[in-house]
Design a protein around this ligand. Sequence first.
Ligand code: PLP
Length: 348
Amino acid sequence: PFFKEFVPKEFPEESKLLAKLNANENPYGPSPKAVEALREVATKGNRYAWKELFGLIDKIAVEEGVSPKNIMMGPGSSDLLEKTGMVLFLDGGNVVSADPSYMSLMQVAQATGASWKPVPLKEDWSHDLKAMEEAVDSETKLVYICNPNNPTGSITDSKELLDFCSRVSEKVPVFVDEAYLAFLEDGAKQSMVSLINEGKDVIIARTFSKIHGMAGLRVGYIVAQESTLEKIQKITRGGMGISYTSIFAALASMDDKDFQDSSREKNAAAREYVYKSLSKLGYDYVPSHTSFIIFPIEMDGKLFLDKMRAKQVGVRAFEFMGKNWCRVSMGTMDEMKIFTAALTDVLA
Ligand code: PLP
């Protein structure tokens, strides 16, 4: 594995930054309707939310076109990536994924006792599905795919992925993390969720943290076969971690399509601005299908983070494929201007 992250001394506080572009948060969220719902239900914080949670599950099931029995909720999709990673690897085995990719599930799987079989992304930054299929062996318990991928922002063709999931899930479950899919114009069409009704052993993860702008409110879910969820829920519980208030915020946010559309549009406009700025500065970038952009920097990653931090700009830095990279999240247009000005100085 050649994927490494440069870690700053401390994770910066929002109040100390002029542009917080380090965690792929949605700068516009939560939706005003979600905020209104939060205010209305704040006093219900003394209650558990059993029935209310089932209400949210039913609504999500309708949107996804599956049965409520195919849904497991969690406080953010992290919780479900981790629970899946923990439960499926209790008896060891290995997990196959791209490198670089979003490491949450693989980290827990490895800590639980599994090994990680990384498969480098292709030159066009898509998943090397052929090599991933070949990497599956008798010890493999799960394949993890992040599409679009973090930290590269790149996409894998949905038809090829659908074929891959159909075939490979006959041998092992395939986990598809669709955290950023809703930033695509036709995200719903590119989802793997249709495989659930075909009985395929796929697990699709979705989150309210990104397009809904609710990262701090912690709501996410997975869609999977009932038998797979039974296995995970025998050891861990789904919705117990979600707060009463967040459930109502999620319900309200689902109804606010205008907010989701506007997040998608503003995100795309910020991306265009950053592409132009990087090109002007003579920098390459990986075309993004997400709410962040990654581009190579010719500087030590840690030094780069420190210098950007001195300009009160928070970003992330990685090393892979023999290069150092900056990953910048799409903030407001004002934040992107601050970022560009800082970058111009730091890389001068
Ligand atoms: N999956 C991917 C690909 C992510 O980038 C993130 C967060 O950045 C998550 C999952 C976890 O998000 P959350 O736990 O907020 O749903």
